[in-house]
Design a protein around this ligand. Structure first.
Ligand SMILES: Cc1cc2nc3c(=O)[nH]c(=O)nc-3n(C[C@H](O)[C@H](O)[C@H](O)COP(=O)(O)O)c2cc1C
Length: 265
């Protein structure tokens, strides 16, 4: 029997309602995924005015290292022979160092490029979050004219080296890395980073910020090495706790980068 048009519309309506009710029912009853559009960063921990999650340890020690013996470095040059563009274009990692000494001027210039003071108010060659100083530069000297072999810290405010300890450490590199270039280099810069530096401001971001800062310093070193005609490479392949033990910093201040450098020819 042929249905009247009205009955057909009523049946389609009832069917649609049942379908919608079924869909709603299964949506409520069964686990489902939903997409939440996050328009603001979600910070689970307490939030400070810098928007970083903040749960600093109640107490932590800020290390200030003082040295009995410090050695002044030659004045750094602020004008060089190579344009920034040429240094960027020429920059390459180099590992096959020539067995000849670096000059004190070359070491001085490299350290200054990495973290030297370049303004009256103490700002430095590489940018730093909030103008802090979470990264420190140490240098292992093996073959540098007018400088005893040993471990030194770069004291950027006085552009000098603080003597940590004298000595030849060629055997100790084996504990830190299996790669041969630090042992073969006339000098190796070690970047250390203080994980608690300004922790009360930057919280969990502290580590990320200091690694970012290390990258800026390392790139300055690359470009300066290129301008001086020296070879260098950055190195992430090492044991950070062995590095930290070697340098003698506290546990919260591991080595974050190694930078062996030397003459190319
Ligand atoms: C984070 C990082 C870690 C690195 N670690 C090492 C390393 O442990 N040893 C090494 O010889 N080179 C290391 N390098 C250098 C790279 O091997 C090098 O940059 C890459 O081969 C590209 O060559 P280039 O620098 O000449 O352009 C590292 C580079 C970066 C950025």
């Amino acid at each position: 029997m042929e249905q009247k048009p009205n009955t057909r519309i009523i049946l389609i309506g009832i069917g649609s309602l049942l379908f919608i009710a079924g869909a709603l029912f299964s949506y409520i009853l069964y686990p489902h995924e939903k997409t939440v559009v996050v328009t603001e960063p979600v910070i689970i921990e307490q939030q400070n005015e810098y928007n970083y999650a903040w749960h600093a340890p109640e107490e932590y020690e800020q290390t200030v290292r003082l040295y009995q013996n410090s050695i002044s470095l030659p004045e750094p040059k602020t004008i060089g022979d190579l344009s920034v563009e040429s240094a960027i274009f020429a920059r390459r990692s180099f590992r096959d160092f020539k067995d000849s000494p670096l000059s004190l001027e070359e070491v001085s210039q490299m350290l200054w490029a990495g973290m030297g003071v370049t303004s009256e108010d103490g700002r430095r060659s590489a940018p730093s979050a909030g103008g802090g100083k979470p990264v420190s530069l140490f240098i292992v000297v093996s073959m540098v004219e007018d400088l005893e072999p040993g471990l030194y810290e770069y004291l950027e405010e006085s552009h000098a080296l603080g003597l940590v300890r004298e000595g030849e450490f060629s055997e100790e590199w084996a504990k830190i890395t299996t790669q041969p270039h630090p042992k073969n280099a006339p000098a190796v810069i070690l970047l250390t980073g203080d994980m608690y530096h300004r922790y009360h401001i930057y919280g969990e971001a502290t580590e990320r910020l200091l690694l970012q800062e290390s990258g800026h310093i390392a790139q300055n070193l690359y470009l300066q090495a290129e301008s001086l005609g020296l070879g260098m490479t950055v190195m992430g392949g090492f044991d950070p706790s062995a590095g930290q033990e070697f340098v003698g910093t506290k546990e919260n201040e591991p080595v974050v980068y190694l930078v062996p450098f030397g003459k190319k020819e």
